[in-house]
Design a protein around this ligand. Structure first.
Ligand code: NAD
Length: 261
């Protein structure tokens, strides 16, 4: 289910959704478009243009590597160029690349986790601010994780702790300029098989075993003892993005079946 639930909720709004080619970002972007928004689907995977095409004529796609300063700034500039401004940014790019006990991580692997799950949000927040200020205000929704308390992905946990810090500090700094900054912290979420794997090198046998331990820890940490659906993650992201959440800023909303991360 990615269709409209609240018809017209995003009418007149321009949204940028990062990591929109698959998973949670795809669902958020398609539903925002179905609810009346003009949406730029941003991803580094080329097939993001096919996904944007599903959304119809008020959507467009942009390919960029958001782990780079230039990619983040080019994506925001493109949205403002084709849609005349930006109202809402959903920073969804991220995701743990490898599951392994911290002692097993190599330096390059630690850096890769920080680049994937912290830098796109940091760069995109910086890149979007001039566009939101030009509009007289706007909203940033960051997609964090309950993995700020969890096993076998400490570098990713640290990156998402950074995302929470960006959310609170930037919200404090920008509140006087009518800019809200909020986040959700998803728990484990069922997804269809990924067209783009998190780990391009493929998981080793040991990593698959450590992943099984993570799944068990995540389920045990949730009161509900189950994973979320993608739609259960998209819905609170879009609530926080909407004017219904106009008095919420600096908050990180756990969406993890009772786990608070
Ligand atoms: N799926 C879960 O169980 C879960 C749980 C907690 C938090 N989250 C968070 O939710 C968000 C989405 O997760 P998902 O499982 O849907 O992700 P995913 O890995 O299925 O998809 C991520 C998308 O981002 C794109 N992407 C990755 N790096 C990029 C880059 N440098 N530049 C541009 N695009 C890039 C990928 O191409 C892909 O389309 C992430 O931030 C993740 O940390 C997910």
């Amino acid at each position: 289910m990615t269709g409209a639930v609240f018809a017209g909720r995003f009418a007149g709004k321009v949204l940028v959704v990062t990591g929109a080619a698959q998973g949670i970002g795809r669902a958020v972007a398609l539903r925002a478009a179905a609810e009346g928004g003009r949406v730029l689907f941003v991803d580094r995977a080329d097939f993001v243009s096919d996904v944007a095409a599903e959304a119809g004529r008020d959507a467009a796609a942009f390919t960029a590597d958001l782990e780079t300063w230039d990619g983040a700034h080019a994506a925001m500039a493109h949205a403002a160029d084709i849609f005349g401004g930006i109202d809402i940014l959903i920073n969804n790019v991220g995701g743990a690349i490898r599951m392994r006990p911290f002692v097993e991580f190599e330096p390059a692997q630690i850096d890769a986790e920080i680049r994937r799950s912290l830098m796109p949000t940091l760069y995109c927040c910086h890149a979007v601010l001039p566009h939101l200020l030009a509009r007289g205000g706007g909203t940033i929704v960051n997609v964090s994780s309950n993995a700020t308390r969890g096993i076998h992905r400490v570098p990713y946990s640290a990156a998402k702790g950074g995302v929470n810090a960006i959310t609170q500090s930037l919200a404090m700094e920008m509140a006087g300029q009518n800019i809200r900054v909020v986040a959700t912290a998803p728990g484990g979420t069922e997804a269809p098989p990924r067209r783009i794997p998190r780990n391009a090198e493929g998981d080793s046998e040991a990593e698959r075993a450590w992943m099984a331990e993570v799944v068990e820890q995540v389920k045990q940490s949730a009161f509900m003892r189950r994973y979320a659906t993608i739609e259960e993650q998209a819905a609170p992201i879009l609530f926080l993005a909407s004017d219904e959440a106009s008095y919420i800023t600096g908050s990180v909303l756990p969406v993890a079946g009772g786990d608070t991360g």
